[in-house]
Ligand binder design. Sequence first.
Ligand SMILES: *Cc1c(COP(=O)(O)O)cnc(C)c1O
Length: 401
Amino acid sequence: MSIFEELGIPTIINAKGTSTRVSGGILSAEVAEAMREATQACVDMPVLQGRASTIIAEVTGAEAGIVTSGAAAGLLLGTAACIAGLDPSLMNRLPDTGGMKDEVVVVRSQRNFYDHAVRQAGVRLVEVGIADRFAGSGVRDAEAWEIADAINARTACVLYVATPHSEPSLPEVVAAAHGKGVPVLVDAAAQLPPVGNLRRFIAEGADLVAFSGGKAILGPQASGILAGRRDLIQSAALQMLDQDIWFQQWSPPANLFDKHRLKGLPQHGIGRPCKVGKEQVVGLLVALRRFVALDPARRHAEWISRLVEVREALRPANLLQVNLVDNGPDTVPLLEARLDEKAAGMSALEAVIALQDGAPSVHADPSGAKHGLIRFNPMALQAGEGRIAGERLAALLASRA
Ligand SMILES: *Cc1c(COP(=O)(O)O)cnc(C)c1O
């Protein structure tokens, strides 16, 4: 009996991808075994994070890095680091930012609800730019000079949400921010693959970059990476780790911590709710090693074969126009089924819900449902599941014809 059977929890077919809502993806046996092993011994957590820093630095090209409990945790810790620096009394006061740097500049079109994590540190977001390009009223978005103009003595950092269409470009934003002596924190949570993005944002001058560990890296669902400037990573680590000991007793790894630069140790910091266990740290590091070593063409071929399973199973369904969307090995392919909503007498969203409500529950990607599209994402599909997902949709539509 599986643990989920024992708990009475039905498992689902996840054709949505590695989203948190559907519990992320499937860990490789190697990662799962490493996590199991990690449960069987105790270690000094700052020492483990110090080793993680070396590995993350090698992989990202950054000066340092820590394993976080997710990209959102990285955003909170990164913001807190930009506010407090290496001053333990400022760390202890957060999220009260009275008299401290309490503003973060962000391009308005990049606002999203993950920026709750930034605001949690006690800052106010200062939005710049009006995105005519999205309103259909023009071609422009924010420009770098607008960011520069919004920076003042209270600015803790500039938040940059990286996507392939973010504007202005990161190098322009970095130039504007660094010109005013302010760091740039990049939310790159879901910007993998391509694997090259692990290095790209740092190479383009970002001071801190947050990645999810539970998305394409296929690490533990509640893990992530914060990489960047060593002083900022040190501050982030100090605000996350449990340091309830005497300062004399504290002998942290020198590659991550400069004990001589600190007048004392902060106590449980604002990042304490973002605790990561040794299992998460170990699992993330093993998954990261696998992700970097993986042949993108091979992984891509595997993803395509999962989607082909869905497509084959959908063949008998005649109310669908099926399209495999593939933009190459550095991207995640998708299967898109356009539903003839009129003939089916049901909307794509209703079909998505019906799949979800059946047994086994199939979670398709609902992002195109308002436009008549039922999407299938291969990242968390296991062999054989794509066929079941496709058969379920075909059977649903057969009953409507
Ligand atoms: C997924 C995501 C996050 C949150 O990542 P977690 O690792 O789940 O904390 C933050 N920002 C963006 C843009 C994301 O896509």
